[in-house]
Design a protein. Sequence first.
Length: 426
Amino acid sequence: MEFVSTSDFYEIRLASIVSNVDKDVLVELYQPLIGAAATMLYLTLLKQRRNNDEDNLYVTEQLINITQFAPGMILSARHMLEAVGLLRTYEKKTSDGRYYVYVLYSPKSPKDFFDDVLFKGLLIQYVGEKEAKRLAFKYKINLDIPEEYSEVSASFIDVFHPNYDDPSFRKDFGNSIVGHEPGRVKINFNFDSFYKYLNEQAPILPSAFYKRDLKEIERLATLFGLDESQMAVIVADEYEPHSNPHLDYRRVAEKAEDAVKYRIVAPKGKQIKSKLSGDGESIKWIKIKENSTPVEFLRMIQHGAEPAKADLKIVNQLSSGYGFSNGIINTIIEYVLHKNNNILSMNYCEKIAASLAREKVETTIDAMNYLNKMTRTMKKESTIKSEEQNDTKKNVKEPDEEISDEEMQRIINNIELLKKNRGGNK
C-alpha cells in the first residue's frame, strides 16, 4: 500500500519554465479538475524549487508543515498532479529511507487545453458549459486585420544583417536548457508501432498529425479495444492531406465501430483498475468488467450478438464526453440495462454518467457502490411514499351505507318511544 512518511526525502526539478500566465491557467482551468489541494501542492513545490537554487533536498515533514496537509492529502494531491501531467514522480528505496524526485511540468497553453477533448470535457462537467465558454473566451485573441491594412513589419535580416560565417553562430550549448514543456498524460498506445503499420498502408509522416489527432486516435483505440495495426488501417483510409483538419473524427469513430464487428481484442490504454484480491464471484465479475472493452462486454451479455450501432454511439459518448474507464462504462451499461428493461437509452446513460462525474468516481468499485447506494435510497423513498399513501387511506372514513326507508322509520319510532318513556319517568 502506498503511503507518505514524514521522513521521506525529495528533490524538485523543473522540466519547464512556468510563467505567470501558466499560473493563471493552473488556477482557472486545472483547479476545477484537480482541486485546491493539488493546486496548492504544485505552487508550493514550484516556490520551494525557485527559492533554493543550491540546496534542493527536502524532508516531507517540511512540506507537511508548510501546507498543513495530512500525509494522506499530500499523496492524493500528488496523484492528481500526476494524472493531468503536471508532475512526474520517481522513487528510490535505500537503507536510509525513501528518496523521491518530483519533476514539475508547465500547464498546457489555453489553446492546447481547449483542443484536448478530455480536459475540455472535464472542465464543462465541473464548472458548466456557460462558465467553460467564458473561460475560453477570456483567452481568445483577435488576429483579424482589416483588408485595408498592409503589413510593414521589419524582418530580422533587415535589422540585424547577421554574418553567418562568424563562429558565434556555430557554438552549441547543448539541448538540456529548460523550455516550455507541458507534461503528457500517460498512455499505453504505442505510437511507434502505429507509425510503423501506418507506413505500410500509406506514405504518411508522423509530422503530418496534430497533437489533437494523436489524442483522438489513442482514445478511440482505448475505447474500442483496437490495436495499433487496426487503427493504422482506419487512419490511412480516412486521412485527407488536402483538407484541414486532415482527419474527420466522426468518420474515424464510425470506422472504429465497424472494426469491432470483425475481431475481439484486448483492452488498450490507461484504465484505472480497482485493487482487488480473492476469487469470489463478485470480484470475478468486477475483473471481467475492468478487463473487457465496452464492445466485448456488450457482446458477452448479448450471448455473442454484435452490438447495435446506436449502442456503440452511446459507448463512444461515455468515453469522449466523460473520459470514463472501460470498467465504469461497463458498469453504467449493466445498470441501465437492468433498470430499463434491457434497453440502452442514451438519456438514461448520460444521466447516470453525469452523477458519477459529479461524485468524481474513478474506479469500477466506486461506480458500483454509488449506484447500489442510489438504488437503496430510491427503494427507501418508494417504501416511505407507499406507507404514507397507506396511512392516508386509513385516515379517510369510508362512506356510510345507504339506509332503507323501513330502517329509517324503525329508527324514528325508537326515538319517539324513548322520548315517551323519559316523559313518564319525570
